[in-house]
Design a protein around this ligand. Structure first.
Ligand code: SF4
Length: 154
């Protein structure tokens, strides 16, 4: 898996102070996408075990308490990204007590395959659905268009 940006302190993408990872790879091609540079799987740079360790360490850094981890992109549930994302969310569950995980995807919850569902079983909140320009609403929180749904899963 490749990624574009990692923000160790982020107050924009999800509630509270968070760590946020923007991964590479998205096949949805939404008109009006705000992040076209992330579409290609080989864009950005490789996500390494060191990057994963850094996220775990940042989430556990008591000097700057984080509420949790946000995963966006690109699409963290792109089939190519699933093994690495699954490994990451499992580690957050096992090693970062009481941290929540929010994940943004262009896929819809009811259409996910079993491998995508496995990732979702470890997260707290899924914001799903493509960005639809005609349904864009700047007043929405945590989502760009009104077709997207915030699923609070745990
Ligand atoms: S799902 Fe997100 S990143 Fe992918 S094309 Fe749509 S808006 Fe862009």
């Amino acid at each position: 898996m490749n990624f574009h940006h990692y923000y160790p302190i982020d107050v924009v993408n999800g509630p509270g102070t968070r760590c946020t990872l923007f991964v590479a790879g998205c096949e949805h091609q939404c008109r009006g996408c705000y992040n076209k540079s992330t579409w290609r799987l080989d864009s950005g740079r490789p996500f390494t075990p060191e990057n994963e360790d850094r996220i775990i360490d940042d989430l556990n850094d008591s000097r700057i308490p984080r509420q949790g981890l946000s995963l966006s992109g690109g699409d963290p549930l792109h089939p190519h990204n699933l093994p690495v994302i699954l490994h990451l969310v499992k580690r957050v569950r096992a090693e970062c007590e009481e941290k929540d995980i929010w994940l943004w995807t262009g896929y819809q919850l009811e259409s996910l395959n079993s491998a995508q569902h496995e990732v979702v079983s470890y997260i707290n909140v899924l914001i799903d659905g493509k960005f639809v320009q005609d349904l864009k609403d700047p007043a929405l929180i945590w989502r760009g268009s009104s077709n997207q749904i915030i699923h609070r899963l745990r």
